[in-house]
Ligand binder design. Sequence first.
Ligand SMILES: Cc1cc2nc3c(=O)[nH]c(=O)nc-3n(C[C@H](O)[C@H](O)[C@H](O)COP(=O)(O)OP(=O)(O)OC[C@H]3O[C@@H](n4cnc5c(N)ncnc54)[C@H](O)[C@@H]3O)c2cc1C
Length: 222
Amino acid sequence: MTLYYNKAPSARTRVRRHHERGSYERETIEAILDEGLVGHLAFAVDGQPYAIPMLYARNGHELYLHGSPASRLLRGAIDGVPLCLTVTLTDGLVLARSAFRHSVNYRSVVALGAGRAITDREEKLEAMRMLVDQIVPGRSQDARGPNDVELKATTMVAMTITEASAKVRSGPPIDGEEDLGIPAWAGVLPLALAPGVAIPDEFCAAGIPDYIAAYERPRSGA
Ligand SMILES: Cc1cc2nc3c(=O)[nH]c(=O)nc-3n(C[C@H](O)[C@H](O)[C@H](O)COP(=O)(O)OP(=O)(O)OC[C@H]3O[C@@H](n4cnc5c(N)ncnc54)[C@H](O)[C@@H]3O)c2cc1C
């Protein structure tokens, strides 16, 4: 399996527009994947593309995905079906003096690969544990693990990344010189994914554990 991490991108993954914002370095790609929470998994069924939002976890160059065996995706994602997972971190709104120059500061990854159903019980349990712990680190120590019925009711898919690209925009707006005198406010409005205050459910007797009270997404730097 060829990995394009840290290598020249293929024609499929080469960023064309603003190519200077493209990166194919493993560290950059993996940092964005690890900071992201939701990915959009794209696949084609009978020529119709679908892009479905879902959670994921990364284990090396594999991404773990899960869902109901009845979902269209997970029925089709198995057995080497080509997949594309896109993850986007929105770091800020870039407000220029002209509408044309407005932009977004972001870090995004487009990863191509193929799906593999995880059928081995131990591998499946480990993949499920990693998924839970990458979303909420420490959670698998607290919550009950899956029983046999739940295990059967969950399809786990490993997507092996064969090629990937990252694209990063940062910094202020780039107004044309002719617009710099326009009195409109211009600059960046930073955005970040941040937790609110945890709300216990009505059956909760325990206090809020530290791993929830101190929850934050890993930051790789905007
Ligand atoms: C939050 C956000 C908002 C955006 N809004 C717009 C918009 O409104 N209009 C618009 O045209 N573009 C938008 N973009 C940029 C868009 O993602 C593409 O980068 C852009 O369309 C140019 O693609 P291309 O023609 O260079 O590459 P394409 O030919 O479309 O793609 C070639 C390859 O380049 C790589 N690639 C392209 N874009 C990205 C990316 N963002 N991240 C990682 N790899 C990438 C992929 O591997 C892809 O297979 C937005 C990006 C983000 C993250």
